[in-house]
Design a protein around this ligand. Structure first.
Ligand code: C2E
Ligand code: CA
Ligand code: CA
Length: 517
């Protein structure tokens, strides 16, 4: 099914590609032809104008010059001079008094500029193309070799299966061998106002088919190969996801998921006030795997819920040890909004929390505003949050500023903490726009009466700026990276040190800690 879909899409794309190609070829060809024809007519016109200004029509010199012009031009067959509808002389005929056929006369007498028309020569009885150049008293009529022009157009267009035709400005074609105008399925036209000709180049049905079918075998081969490749790739990715899924399941069974702790600090003093728990997969084969590599699959398969429940149980014991060192430190655990919408998981979370007193205070759950909810889901989410609030859980909105939730949704969910996404912090000191965005976010946080945590603080400059904005808490590599529990615990136990990242004076209860309590 997928293969057929790929083939169909491929064929549609191929048609679009061919269309684009013929568009381009038509445009290029018509422009090339126009330049060439224009050049030829320009040449004739310039030479004739020069002859006319230096001689009197039909005198000896005039005819000699006309003869020379004819001789050196491959397009010209004869140059005649016409005055008052009478053909007076030509480069070959000295004196003549033949009246120009009225049908021919009508073609150019009503116009003042250069005229091109096709007619059968009266004297030679051959099909010819006439190019009329006006003089102050009459007309020079240049008989062009129409076969030459037709051949020329053919030459120009043939290799691309295009058809071309020279026409009058009134849209009547003057070329031989061209398809009727209506037969062009696709064509472009250029009008030369100067020489009053219209040039049409395009494809008729048969030639269009030829072009399409000529490339079809190659295109089909490419489309089939690509389609097979895409199907194989998708298959591979599905299998890969399936295998990651079963590997995650195995990891859950073997208790391979652990929490790393990243300290959250008081922005003013740098003292540790809590920690965010970031899951790490301690894989027996691949070592420590960061969430970026599995969290997407874990979330999309729902396995993240089991991981969270396992982490919470594991963390209950670790939290007891933290409490023994400093009862004021809080822990912040990542959950998904979908988990909280599901009442079954909320009940399981409440069960675990009720079992472990260490989880009954100083525990924050955080989730991002990236997921969108229907009104019913929003009601369920609020209900789940409330049920967990009743067992002591506080709520933080993660990656604040990157999601879709409107102010009213945020207000109705009543978060205790807003965690400002690290993208706003990262460029806040270098980029004026982000600078003002961070200002506004901080202000909005204060309006919502939430305490704020700036995420991703990496430099002293950012740390200072965050503090200046009144953002109470910070988290980031400037202070400390996520670390295994034992390192975190020993960080708490250490006496206060000079280094920011090792600052451990946690005995001062801050406003932020008040919010958690
Ligand atoms: P997050 O919740 O926004 O977590 C913060 C991430 O930013 C962590 O990446 C952390 O290591 C990183 N970080 C902290 N400070 C800095 C800094 O100064 N600079 C930079 N560049 N990065 C910093 P990590 O641990 O790879 O986690 C990535 C994401 O995976 C988390 O983003 C969270 O969305 C998700 N995640 C992690 N653990 C869990 C979990 O237990 N459950 C769920 N549902 N998601 C989790
Ligand atoms: Ca987080
Ligand atoms: Ca975050």
């Amino acid at each position: 099914m997928l293969l057929i879909l790929c083939l169909l899409v491929g064929l549609i794309l191929d048609m679009a590609w061919v269309k684009n190609g013929i568009n381009q070829k038509t445009r290029d060809t018509i422009q090339g032809l126009d330049i060439a024809i224009n050049y030829q007519l320009n040449q004739i016109k310039t030479d004739l104008t020069l002859i006319d200004s230096n001689t009197t029509p039909c005198d000896k010199k005039n005819r000699e010059e006309l003869e020379k012009l004819n001789f050196y031009s491959s397009v010209i067959q004869e140059i005649s001079y016409i005055e008052n509808g009478v053909f007076l002389c030509s480069d070959r005929i000295k004196n003549s008094n033949i009246k120009v056929e009225s049908s021919h006369l009508a073609k150019f007498e009503e116009q003042s500029g250069y005229v091109i028309y096709r007619a059968t020569s009266q004297r030679r009885h051959i099909d010819a193309l006439f190019f009329m150049v006006p003089t102050p008293s009459g007309w020079y009529r240049i008989m062009l070799d129409s076969r030459y022009i037709d051949y020329w157009i053919k030459q120009y267009t043939h290799k691309d299966q295009l058809s071309g035709c020279l026409g009058n400005i009134d849209d009547s074609f003057v070329c031989l061998n061209s398809p009727p105008f209506n037969d062009f399925i696709f064509s472009e036209q250029i009008r030369s106002e100067k020489y009053s000709y219209a040039l049409t180049v395009g494809y008729v049905e048969a030639s269009l088919k030829k072009v399409y079918f000529k490339q079809l075998p190659y295109a089909t081969a490419i489309i089939i190969t690509l389609s097979i490749f895409i199907v194989l790739l998708l298959n591979l990715s599905v299998n890969f996801r399936r295998s990651i899924k079963s590997d995650i399941q195995r990891g859950i069974n073997n208790r391979e998921f652990h929490a790393y702790y990243q300290p959250i600090v008081n922005s003013k003093s740098g003292h540790w006030i809590g920690a965010e728990l970031l899951v790490r997969w301690l894989h027996p084969k691949h070592g420590v795997i960061s969430p970026a590599e599995f969290i997407h699959t874990a979330e999309s398969t729902g396995l993240i819920n089991t991981i969270t429940l396992h982490l919470l149980e594991r963390v209950a014991y670790e939290k007891t040890q933290i409490q023994a060192e400093n009862d004021d430190l809080y822990i912040s655990i990542n959950v998904t909004a979908s988990m909280i919408i599901n009442s079954r998981y909320v009940t399981e979370l409440i069960c675990i929390i009720s079992k472990y007193p260490s989880l009954q205070h100083n525990v924050v759950f955080e989730f991002t505003e990236r997921e969108t909810f229907s009104p019913t889901e929003l009601v369920e989410l609020k209900l789940g949050m409330q049920r967990l609030r009743e067992v002591g859980i506080k709520w933080a909105l993660d990656d604040f500023g990157t999601g879709y939730a409107g102010l009213s949704t945020l207000q109705s969910l009543r978060f205790d903490i807003l965690k400002i996404d690290r993208t706003f912090v990262a460029s806040s000191v270098t980029d004026a726009v982000t600078h003002s965005i961070l200002d506004n976010i901080a202000e909005m946080g204060h309006t919502l009466h939430c305490t704020m945590v700036a995420e991703g603080v990496e430099t002293a400059e950012q740390a200072e700026y965050v503090d200046d904005l009144g953002i109470e808490a910070s988290q980031g590599y400037f202070y400390a990276k996520p670390m295994p529990f034992d390192d975190y615990l020993s960080g708490i136990c250490k006496p206060a040190s000079a280094s920011h990242s090792e600052a451990v004076e946690t005995n001062t209860t801050t406003a932020h800690q008040q919010a958690i309590k």
